[in-house]
Design a protein around this ligand. Sequence first.
Ligand SMILES: [Zn+2]
Length: 329
Amino acid sequence: MQTWEEIEKIQPVASRTIMNSINKNRISHAYLFQGDRGTGKKEMALLLAKYLFCMNRQGVNPCNNCINCQRIDSGNHPDMHWIEPDGASIKIEQVRNLQKEFTYSGMESNQKVYIIKDADTLTVNAANRLLKFLEEPSIETTAMMLTENGHAMLSTIRSRCQIIDLQPLAPGILQEKLQQEGLNEMDAKLLSVLTNSLTEALELAQDDWFAGARKIVIQWVEMYTTQPEDIYTYIHQYWIPHFKDRESQERGLDLLILGFKDILHQHIYTDANTILLSNDPSKLEKRLITFSQAQLLTILNQILMAKRKLKANVQPTLVIEQLALQIQR
Ligand SMILES: [Zn+2]
């Protein structure tokens, strides 16, 4: 992303905070960008770095054209350093090396930037070393730390940074990102309504359990049209063994909600674009006859009620049996 206005589309608050600091000429010496994977931490850090080094700034934005902007884009600006975990953690040697490099004064200019990725993986020693570094900032050194687990950072480090909270992605943006990661449109759309975390969505997309869960739910919904008398057996044979703990049971009910919403949306919009769960839209036609709009609204309420019962620790098998029978009525 080349401008703050572009980033503003996915991270309005965070990008306005930074634009504001730039306008007031109050850029911090240390930033902590915290947010889930895919929320724009790296993009924001790189854009700010470019702005700091740019020789031809355009308002709050870098020109994206000068030699410094180009060197940052290609990852080889001599005064900008990246630190990433070496194995599972960021070690004290890495922080030491950074300090050494920074003491060779003014390679190009006095401006220096370092970006620490996965900053929550700093070992205690590395963090303490870094802390000293943060406490004696030279005027033109800017530290940017990126983390998905802000709460896991040492409070001594957090307190020295301006914290920029990145928000979970909106469903449309998450769907776009998932498609960029290679998911097909249907899967991306479904996952973007089940979670707002890119990491979790990508994990679910790879997860055999989730693929199985989806099939079981689709089949369950379909059986009300094709063989309602077998649903009780089906639940015992497939649902109960698959959804073992409360978290998975709740996810199963979320999928079931989407299964019935698909039918409701077909009643209302008659548009295949609104389908989330069912992978064979042609089958939805028959379900429209099985369920009226009023019935569907009742069913959605019953599923929500079942979710509440799970939360209240009612025995899960009982909750699902009751729900299956309620829907049949
Ligand atoms: Zn530039």
